[in-house]
Design a protein around this ligand. Sequence first.
Ligand code: HEM
Length: 525
Amino acid sequence: MNPMAKASVLVAAGSICLSLIIALAKILHKYWWTPLRIQHLMSSQGITGPPYKFIHGNNKENIRLRQEALRNPMPDFSHDIFPRVQPHVHSRISSYGKNHLGWIGVRPRLIITEPELAKELLKSTEGVFPKRTSRERKEKDDFAIKILGDGLVTSEGEKWAKHRKLANHAFHGESLKGMSPAVIASVETMLERWKPFQGKEIELFEQFRLLTSEVISRTAFGSSYLDGKKIFDILTKLSVITNRNFFKSRFPVISKFWKTADEIEADKLAKEIHKCVMEIVKKREEKLTNDEDNNFGTDFLGLLLNAYHDTDKNKKFSEQDLVDECKTFYFAGQETTSSSLAWTVFLLATHPDWQDKARQEVIEVFGERNPNPEGIGKLKIMTMIINETLRLYPPVTGVVRKVEAETKLGNLILPPDLVLFVSNLALHHDPDLWGDDANVFKPERFAEGIANATKRNSSAFLPFGLGPRSCVGMSFAMTEMKMTLSMILRRYDVSLSPSYSHSPFTQVNLQPQHGIQIMLHGIDM
Ligand code: HEM
């Protein structure tokens, strides 16, 4: 080799070495130095937690705790579900306190289970503690984003405000009243399906999944469950993938160039959803192309389409906005409500005294008639029962925010990129907030309203969140649940089947792991 060639080989080798050293330094900075610095910063403010482990954080320990907790069903239908559903939070409160630090891989998480801090966080003005940091929005590397896209649940800033306004319009006041016939028709279809099960066992979680899918399809999208079926199926597959990967560590460099089978599958499913949503959109567009005002309807899909076709740049929604918002509402409008309905019927089946009281109230308010929006407002006992169910079995067991730039919360100075996790479940089961009977089903706690039940500590009860990002579908969900339960109670007495196994767990939302098996006994009225 001539001296010139030798020199260029040496230069090339030198620059490769330098690049490797820089890459190694970056990895060490991100995966070792930064976590240790944050750990030190937080502990100097009294916030401690299990030590950070290189790359994995606390993932391995969290997976072990979860597997142990889910190994067996819970005895005696106990409502003390916090240790089973969030073992990684529950087990650490006694060692590290109600607010403590944990690690999902390299991401630090401040776990908040104290109501005052939760309130300050959730009530803070939009933008200070966003749902996703701007870095994350660019990277889009989260599995949950495949489910929700950049829709209302995850978006920020002006985009969020514009979309929230539209959703508020679709799911409040007069619009809600107009949805009642579609809800009643969907419940009637479900009750028709139940007829062959009189005197027999029926699994209810799947039944309520079908019902809530039908309700959101009819009310928000003006179509039948069958039109949205493929979307629901894909969303369920994505929930399973999201759940499976929650505590999985991502390895530096490799994860940038190599996708796991789950990542490839999730990308494929996200593309399929896009296609399915656009098919539903096309159907609506074709149906209304002759409409002179170019008005695509007043339901949620109609409002979205009007915005999609708006010529005003400030009001216009892009195709991706349209798809993300549709999948957000297909998912958020269905999973949570079906879970709540299933747990409510489980509690009524195991508390026949409350079941009788609720039935009596339904008969007093509606007599032989189907429920209507005016009567729904009068169902006091039913509201108490649903609230107590949402306390013990909140479908959303925790809410997440992020720190974008260094900021203060309470007395704490929080570093950028810190994840803030408020455990609703911990707050709802805390004996310091609810008394020694915190794990007992006692709807009478809510007899004088939510404010009295929580002793005016508004953040002790957070089933629908709090502050500007609280649930936009709350009234819709409460109305749907009350109508459904009223119609069931008038026709059936429910008791628990001996085959039921009490196994609450989370698959994005809180669910019964093996379903809810109920015995249906027809009532002659
Ligand atoms: C029992 C039923 C439901 C429960 C327990 C529930 C719970 C929640 C919670 C806790 C949040 C706040 C999340 C956070 O702060 O990060 C939320 C937000 C949201 N919910 Fe619900 N939800 C229910 C039903 C619904 C329904 C039926 C819809 C749609 C029709 C819906 C749509 C949404 C949306 C779009 C958001 C995001 C709002 C925003 O960020 O502005 N939810 N929900």
